[in-house]
Design a binder for this molecule. Structure first.
Ligand code: CMP
Length: 139
């Protein structure tokens, strides 16, 4: 896996509120290239699998319920220093702590409905991207 890729997912609140285009525009204008993208719906079981790492956390059930509540847009992105630069662009997990101008500051509603996901490491970016896209779609 190249270290210049990251994985993101526009979450149900952002998609349902019609912010897909606005968020993708911010991402592209920040220099990220779209490698793979689609609109899809997670079942509760698939959401549970994606967030398996959080299975012991108190917010896990709510998170899985929320993430399967409506369509999402998973995307693989490419840019130098992709993982770190993308996490800067989206801002803090808790939108009340997100910096001005970040995607979460602009669009997130709460800690759970926080508009967008960004991988926290190159390793997780590869795992998460492969959760949604076959190798033949990651060109
Ligand atoms: P994300 O980083 O995309 O993936 C894990 C998600 O769990 C995170 O976004 C938040 O939406 C959610 N999350 C993390 N911490 C908490 C928390 N303390 N309470 C509720 N949800 C949380």
């Amino acid at each position: 896996m190249a270290t210049n890729r990251t994985f993101t997912m526009l979450k149900p609140d952002a998609v349902a509120d019609g912010h897909t285009g606005a968020i993708i525009k911010i991402i592209e204008e920040a220099g990220f290239k779209i490698i793979a993208m689609k609109k899809t719906l997670l079942t509760p079981a698939l959401a549970g699998k994606f967030y398996e790492v959080h299975a012991e956390r108190p917010f896990y059930a709510d998170l899985c319920q929320y993430m399967s509540s409506g369509p999402i847009v998973p995307i693989i992105l490419e840019k130098d220093n992709a993982v770190a630069d993308f996490r800067k662009l989206i801002g803090a997990t808790d939108p009340s702590k997100a910096d001005e101008g970040t995607i979460r500051k602009l669009f997130a509603k709460s800690m759970t409905a926080n508009a967008i996901h960004g991988s926290d490491s190159d390793e997780n970016a590869a795992i998460e991207g492969s959760f949604f896209f076959a190798a033949t779609e990651q060109f």
